[in-house]
Design a protein around this ligand. Sequence first.
Ligand SMILES: [Zn+2]
Ligand SMILES: [Zn+2]
Length: 334
Amino acid sequence: MHPSFHPRLINGPFDDPGLFIPFLFQKRAIVFDLGDINALPAKDILKISHIFVSHTHVDHFIGFDRLLRLMLGRDKNLSFFGPPGFMNNVEGKLAGYTWNLADKYNYPLSLQITEVQRDFTLSRKYHCQDRFEPLKDAVKKPFGGVLYEEAAFKVSAIILDHQIPCLGLSVKERFHLNIIKEGLKRLDLEPGPWLSEFKQALYNRTDPAAKFEVETPGQSGKKNFTLGNLAHQICRISPGQKITYITDVVYSEPNQDKIVKLARDSDHLFIEAAFMDKDREIARNKGHLTARQAGDLAARSGARQFSIFHFSPRYTDQESLLYQEARQAYEKII
Ligand SMILES: [Zn+2]
Ligand SMILES: [Zn+2]
């Protein structure tokens, strides 16, 4: 099986948090947190369509400027999501620059900013050509846990306690489509861009009786199928992939319960581990987890794989101790 999401931490564990999640065979990615993103090549940054920010401490949001700089002058619609007060933070960033030439760009960049409150979200659009002046009214929508959804996947969020509200995030594929090579061979088809269209049609719940045409380069003519018949011959459906991202949270009971529920059965849980357990008092005061607590949460949520990050600089050259502590806590329960 080829997973659809290929998450990777943007930086090493002592540097700013950020999880880059490119999609297989698509020039597209989402990102959880926006710390320093200089380690991401421009071609990867340009794939990003949706940005989810846990909170706006500087180590989680300073990458906004680099992203904006690269996207300016491009025909892009970027969607940002963040905690309560996020709209103000973004407006503050935008207000830091002079935009008198912004309406002269050939291609219009637009930003949609959504902030999450307990049971509703507020969204507002900002267009480069309007010098990023906010459109008048924010749109209010009820929020029941799903922050963003499209046919193939959804992103859920919870509000956690970090002495300020901080979002825990999870992306879940609705189901996974595995293309069977032998099936393609049997029908004399070659993989190509049509496969993305084919998958999208299945995610869109298109009528199985609908016609589906496949054009394969190097072959004369086209082949016609019904969507259902083609699906039957070339693909198998398996459970969708789930990636969860938890950072900057205190190990309180309400946080633990919410995290375990959000991260339940994740294929990969990315979870901060700023401190070692011997320093758990410092962790608690600063609103962070220890490696032991991170490993324990990974085990309790049944995550199949987990990675820790966001280490305090006090453990420079001792990162193996953090990995070891988290691993031991995980294995004790599993
Ligand atoms: Zn923080
Ligand atoms: Zn942080």
